[in-house]
Design a protein around this ligand. Sequence first.
Ligand SMILES: [Fe+2]
Length: 177
Amino acid sequence: MTDTLQKLFDDTVKDLYNAEKQFLKAMPKMAKAATNPQLKTAIADHIKQTEGHVTRLEEVSKFLEIKPTGKVCKAAQGLVEEAQEHLEEVAPGPVLDAAIIVCAQKNEHYEICSYGTLIAWATQLGLNSIVPLLQQTLDEETAANDGLSKVATGAVNEEADAAKPKAPAAKGKASLK
Ligand SMILES: [Fe+2]
């Protein structure tokens, strides 16, 4: 039974550790499916950062004397499934890029909310020595989210809006000419 703020804190660290790992696994597929070079770079950069976020959560867990493993983040599972659905169903090019950005930003927002809350709880619990670790990751997640917004509004949204629908395949006739 989770009956203290400390236990809730520990559970949330484990949840976030699993979420980071799930996102880490999903991001290379998103980078590969992206067409816009800035988007590819933004995701590739965030993969490297996310490896650091995993390491920081391991440090936080060491401080808390808990194992970070053993929890499955259901929210991350849903977010990854949704991204996968887009990769399968959206036409490659700028429209898929726009879809990838919204999925990546949903991931960032989940993380931003979680790290923000962990920082507030750590402060409340007097766990001041781990606050800088959590804050560093929160700052990187926020910057990653802002970077994705710039890629979206700087080029991708306009390109996606200009995308022409593909003509449906002609049935029964090789050519209309
Ligand atoms: Fe992230």
